[in-house]
Design a binder for this molecule. Sequence first.
Ligand code: UDP
Ligand code: MN
Length: 261
Amino acid sequence: DVPKIYVITPTYARLVQKAELTRLSHTFLHVPQLHWIVVEDAPQPTPLVTDFLAASGLTYAHLHKLTPKDRKLQEGDPSWLKPRGAEQRNEGLRWLREMGAAAEGKEAAALEEAVVYFADDDNTYSLQLFEEIRYTYRVSVWPVGLVGGMKFERPVVEDGKVVRFHTGWHPNRPFPIDMAGFAVSLRLILTNPQARFDGDAQMGFLESSFLQHLVTMDDLEPKADLCTKVLVWHTRTEKPKMKREDTLQKQGLGSDPDVEV
Ligand code: UDP
Ligand code: MN
């Protein structure tokens, strides 16, 4: 068998959630040996995600971890104020380490080869990306499109090595890489139990807070034709307007709440 890809996806309830998860799952259904770790930002698993996953046709783990209120963006806060999805990604890491500790024999050997990727629910992923990252010895990296106020950000490769980063902002961060731009071998995650995302990290430092525990720039493995191809896009979905829904609701004519959207 080819190495497994464990994909950790934080997700939270909002109008577009099921649409995002549908799109994402239809990508993942095309990827062999993918195990989806879905972590809801919720106090308990929701019926929507529970039913969705059961019908998805994917192999998955369904977890939940509520972001504490003081760590969550409040209505009206600028979007850069607090990192999103940190607690959920850490919960995914916890699950992996628990699974890793329990594995024996052939199962444990297979985990040695596996790779972990953090896939937000709203990005757009090329199928080719997964074949690029499947063979990751430590940490692999590649360009991300439409991110950081740029057409793309990417590691710059010279003589097969990452020497710096093409980014519009704070290039001297330890790892100026978007969450969508790296994958980590499961072995490295299991042998470095202290590696986690710092939910209090400054804007743009969440990825660094995790990767610093695992590698140096010298270790990074460039993928996607030496980081010359964009295979993932940091797309964001517009919040749907509910103006007419609100008006109708006041007249008692809102959309049937029993219909799941
Ligand atoms: N997310 C979450 N709880 C929140 C906000 C976001 O679990 O309160 C998840 C979201 O579903 C996504 C990830 O965290 O998978 C990153 O969030 P978002 O896409 O909003 O961040 P951005 O694209 O703006 O960096
Ligand atoms: Mn996003």
